[in-house]
Design a protein around this ligand. Structure first.
Ligand code: PLP
Length: 456
């Protein structure tokens, strides 16, 4: 149906190039225009109400109407709306936020670098590692390992870490000739050999990583390993319990850093403050964004431990100043909102609430959908989960992509009043605002059930 002339939808079609959208289909289908939000709900410009099952893009952790965050932003705007942090300039919001993050880190961290997005943070971490190894006289130690289906963003270096074909082949990524090495996805459901236990599967992945490190030049050439504690955009993939400890043992052997991409998992999403705590990871570098400010303003952070910081500090006196930063690194208004967000998490017990409601959501996802004929696997931890659609439960076969089952389910979801997101293999993700109640989880999953039945 063609949208009425001069409607929001018509003006959108005429003027906007959307991220991650089929540009041609969009000219026919048009957008869903969202006008306002309240709690875990959003409303379109026709007044229809939806529960946001993804908290936007895994990010609006405190829901869509938090007045404390609005006040933090407006107070800071009146006081100092902008100042930069280049050439040793600073301001209190950035200093306070850095201190708060270091206090809350899951492993000893020394310094915080700020950006505006998860992609920028991952790019920055890549540059830190390359700069540090140049400074330390290890110019060959540059190779970075990440996992197939991992998601680390879309700027060219971050997209090179990302392990999804859509982010590579049409954008000439990976860049930097052979420095990006992708290894296996810890998804037992699809990737285990017949009869292989979770433990044996984890052992095999660690052995495969070690073999690849050796093939790529060992400690001399291999610098770091990147991972989301639980993979998000790749389909919400939860690794076997012993996977990360085994991987970290290999990395130690080859003097490689562990970079934890906590852009989705950070701040309570998996039931603990950090995904690193849920999955037994001791990172050298930690990247976070999204729920850092409950997504009310763009901000991301890279925390580095003392050894990495010393490498960077060393560089400034030997190879030249750490020449990296964004105009808005540590933006005072974003930092003020992030500070308020972290205070709210502490004062309102948001992380404990997410753990409790998360356990309920996991149980309900399994109770309702495990036996559904269209559902192959139900998975998740805390307040992040997924159901993966299948055309053959026993053979674990994805539905033929030509049938666009995921996209159709998203549409049925919208009709039922729930915003869903389809990912790899028609996996439907759940990552509602952390403030969601058990009653709202019930309402959300009732709507998902009706959407799924409409697809059947
Ligand atoms: N890392 C992870 C784990 C993500 O999920 C995302 C985005 O979803 C990014 C990085 C990139 O963040 P941004 O879209 O803010 O650049």
């Amino acid at each position: 149906m063609t949208p009425p002339r001069n409607s929001n939808a018509a003006r959108d079609i005429a003027n906007v190039l959307h991220p991650y959208t089929d540009a041609k289909a969009h000219m026919v289908n048009g957008p869903l225009v969202i006008s306002r939000g309240k709690g875990v709900r959003i409303y379109d410009d026709q007044g229809k109400e939806y529960i946001e099952a993804l908290a936007g893009l895994w990010c609006a952790s405190l829901g869509f109407d938090n007045e404390r965050l609005v006040k933090a932003a407006t107070d800071q705007m009146r006081k100092l709306p902008f100042y930069h942090s280049f050439t040793a300039k600073s301001h209190e919001p950035m200093i306070d936020l850095a201190e708060m993050l270091i206090e809350r880190a899951p492993a000893p961290m020394s310094k915080v670098f700020f950006g505006n997005s998860g992609s920028e943070a991952n790019d920055s971490a890549i540059k830190m590692i390359w700069y540090m190894n140049n400074a330390l006289g290890r110019p060959k130690k540059k190779k970075l390992f990440s996992r197939l289906k991992g998601y680390h963003g879309i700027t060219l270096a971050a997209a090179s870490l990302t392990g999804l074909p859509a982010n590579h082949k049409l954008f000439d990524a990976p860049i930097a000739g052979g420095r990006f090495c992708h290894v296996g996805t810890p998804h037992h459901y699809h990737n285990a050999k017949p009869g292989e236990s979770e433990e044996d599967f984890a052992t095999r992945l660690a052995e495969e990583l070690e073999a690849r490190i050796i093939e790529e030049g060992g400690a001399e050439e291999c610098a770091a390993f990147w991972a989301e504690p639980a993979m998000g955009a790749g389909g919400v993939i939860i690794p076997p319990r012993t996977y990360f400890p085994k991987i970290q043992a290999v990395l130690k052997k080859y003097d490689m850093l562990f970079v934890a991409d906590e852009v989705i998992c950070g701040f309570g999403r998996t039931g603990n403050y950090w995904g690193c705590q849920t999955f037994d990871i001791q990172p050298d570098i930690l990247v976070c964004a999204k729920a850092l400010s409950s997504a009310y303003l763009p901000i991301s952070a890279v925390m580095v431990n003392e050894a990495v910081f010393q490498g960077i500090a060393e560089g400034s006196s030997t190879v030249g100043t750490w020449g990296h930063g964004f105009t808005y690194s540590g933006h005072p208004v974003s930092a003020a909102v992030a500070i308020e967000t972290l205070k709210i998490y502490d004062e309102m017990g948001t992380i404990a609430h997410a753990a409790e409601v998360g356990a309920h959501m996991q149980a309900e996802l399994r109770r309702r959908f495990t036996d559904h004929p269209l559902v192959g696997e139900v998975r998740g931890v805390g307040l992040i989960g997924a159901i993966e659609l299948t055309s053959d439960k026993a053979a674990r076969k994805p539905i033929d992509p030509a049938k666009k089952a995921g996209a159709r389910l998203v549409k049925h979801g919208e009709e039922q009043g729930v915003i869903l997101r389809a990912m790899v293999n028609d996996s439907m993700g759940f990552s509602p605002p952390l403030v969601i109640t058990k009653e709202e989880v019930t309402e959300m999953l009732d709507r998902v059930g009706r959407a799924l039945d409409a697809l059947a």
